[in-house]
Design a binder for this molecule. Structure first.
Ligand SMILES: [Zn+2]
Length: 331
């Protein structure tokens, strides 16, 4: 069936796509028979420990040459350089907690995986032309609270960053296909700050000791990922980028929330108690600092759904708003 606009989407990056395909094939091969549960089509192969070929650091070893594309992630968001785009639509999150299935320690992070065989949990609106299906979410974090996020805002680091990964099932029939293509993925990024305990997150934190070691999987159901979103989801930055783990393909529409969420130090400590290593390995390694270094902008523009102008120049001597809906009445 003809889909309007698809001719714009099928251009592959000549170098990156074949490399990624090779990695994905490798992934499929390695995946066979290794996990004790059926390998779901939605495992973020990009975050998969199946690429691990060294005990030094998961994800970043082996045959992977970094594809030197022009749209790599993560980046530093320079607020004054971001461009307000009034065309950006509000985001619509339609998540069904019943699609939540399991948590998997993949040796680099832990993935909370969702059933993505139908459109029950989707993200739409914002910069996206199509609805995107939720596949999994995961976090990146540091060994201390001073760093850990992948993206930064005006060089400001956050202790952790949440990524909700969605793929375009409207245009692609398989997640593995979407990973390789332009507009294949949409990832929501949410910064975590240390403060008060996050009640919604706690159910997940309580389940984490069961997936302490690499390759462990535990059933995890009825978790609504919407509880991890900030109260204001209408203020965001968006830009075209890549996965931050192999195969690093430039298939991602990044949507980074302006507002962060708060979690407690103790909750982050449980993240840090996870291990990069499997139970059999002699030297156990704490799962910390599982983020990628920042990448060059290379001429890209970050668009914002809100006007940074109003934040930087508050009127009536009031402090700039940091939370809640605001400033959408400019001009
Ligand atoms: Zn990520």
């Amino acid at each position: 069936m003809f889909r309007p606009g698809i001719h714009n989407m099928v251009t592959l990056t000549a170098v990156v796509a074949p490399m990624g395909r090779q990695l994905l094939r490798q992934f499929s091969k390695h995946a066979t028979g290794q996990r004790w549960i059926p390998v779901r089509r939605c495992n973020l192969s990009a975050c998969s420990s199946k690429y691990v070929l060294s005990h030094v650091h998961p994800m970043w070893q082996g045959p992977l040459a970094v594809p030197g594309g022009d749209k790599q992630s993560p980046i530093d968001i320079v607020v004054r350089k971001s461009v307000f785009d009034p065309q950006l639509k509000p985001l619509t999150f339609q998540y069904d907690p019943r699609t939540c299935q399991q948590i998997w320690n993949n040796g680099y992070s832990f993935l909370v995986e969702y059933d993505d065989t139908s459109d029950k949990s989707t993200l739409s609106g914002g910069p996206l032309q199509d609805p995107y299906r939720l596949c999994q979410f995961h976090f990146h974090w540091g060994e201390s609270n001073a760093w850990g996020s992948e993206h930064t805002v005006d060089r400001r680091l956050f202790p952790a960053e949440l990524h909700l990964v969605h793929w375009n099932a409207e245009r692609y029939s398989l997640f593995e296909e979407a990973v390789m293509e332009e507009n294949g993925l949409a990832v929501i990024g949410v910064f975590l700050k240390v403060g008060k305990r996050h009640e919604g997150l706690q159910k997940l934190v309580d389940a984490l000791p069961a997936v302490r070691h690499k390759e462990s999987v535990v059933e995890f159901t009825k978790f609504d990922p919407a509880c991890l979103l900030p109260t204001n989801t209408q203020d965001y930055w968006t830009y075209a980028g890549s996965l931050t783990t192999p195969p690093l393909t430039e298939s991602v529409s990044w949507i980074i929330m302006k507002q962060h969420i708060e979690v407690s130090h103790d909750q982050l400590a449980v993240f840090r108690s996870l291990l990069f290593t499997s139970a059999e390995e002699e030297v156990q390694k704490s799962m910390v600092n599982n983020f990628r270094v920042q990448q060059a902008m290379k001429g890209r523009t970050v668009r914002s759904s809100f006007t940074p102008f109003l934040q930087e120049m508050p009127q009536d001597g009031q402090a700039p708003p940091t939370e809640g809906p605001h400033s959408d009445h400019a001009h």
